[in-house]
Design a protein around this ligand. Sequence first.
Ligand SMILES: Cc1ncc(COP(=O)(O)O)c(C=O)c1O
Length: 380
Amino acid sequence: MRFATKAIRVGQEPDSNTGAIITPIYQTVNFVFDEISRPHLFEYSRSGNPTRTALEHCLAGLEEARHGLAFSSGMAAVDAALSLLSAGDHVVASQNIYGGTFRAMEQVWKPRGVSITYVDPTDTGAFGRAIGDKTRMVWIETPANPLLQLVDVRAVAALTRPRGITLVDDNTFPSPYFQRPLTQGVDVVVHSTSKYISGHSDVIGGAVAVNDEKLYERIKFHQNAIGAIPGPMDCWLSLRGLKTLAVRMRQHEANAKAVAVFLSQHPKVVETIYPGLESHPQHELAKAQMDGFGGIVTFRVEGGNAQVAKLVKALKLFYFAESLGGVESLVCHPATMTHAVMTREEQEAVGITEGIVRLSVGIEDVEDLIEDLEQGLGKC
Ligand SMILES: Cc1ncc(COP(=O)(O)O)c(C=O)c1O
């Protein structure tokens, strides 16, 4: 089966009891046992629920993984992957990972005795230099938020694999439609399904995909032990979103490309960052390791944050909001929103400087989106 077929079919066979074609929402806490110590297929919905199983199977199919696990949020999925660590372990992480992941590393995992070295994601050699005897995990996000730098996934995997280091990749931005990291040497894929996977900005969720049985057992244990699971209704919404992932991603990308070209020619835009533009320093790498360039476009407005304030106020179709990956277009100011947990110095160090704006380009008519940007930039 190919991608779009899998998104509609995997894990979603007609219901064996009723013939329902759409996976039912099994809104139940518990299930009847057959006899002592023998549950039927499910026993208790924290441990497993048929609607969640359908979602987990579908996610695994799309990531070309043996196993998928669904969580109540992207951060719960991030936490489940980090739960593979113990006190004394060392992590090497890309320096511009999602702000919430950075916060979890700095404020939850460091106090528990985990040490972390942040490196420039575009410099594969820096990963190699940072890896030491105690390194147990390398954490990447590619393309990274908000500056869309890429990590050379196969090159980093060539460093981690021989040393038995777990390579984790947050694949939220490209979604499995544009990138399947497990096929490139990654061990654990993490998602915020609140973004493209669900796709309609109406459900918070997360996912993990793995091939290795031991990693699966450990993360599944954490899922059940801690209990950060999504409810059946949320799983159903995510499944419904997944069915259109392929067509949505194609349209997100087509619109993002057109928006990026428009911005790159605008006199008030100092810099446009989009991996699909030939001007992107890692355009060739993007072509080699991704099947497309995604729906996020970042740019720098002339005149810094004072002009950003005017722009976001003037835009009418691009809602000024956090998050990304929904059908509707959003504009975000990373320095004061998604990356507010970083100090000004930390932001500057990773390139989140004055005037940076991030667009999540939706699937509206692109002519409307460009007209909106044109009138908004006109107010700057
Ligand atoms: C790349 C990335 N990873 C993880 C998360 C966390 O996901 P959630 O908000 O679903 O907990 C986000 C949220 O914005 C994100 O952008």
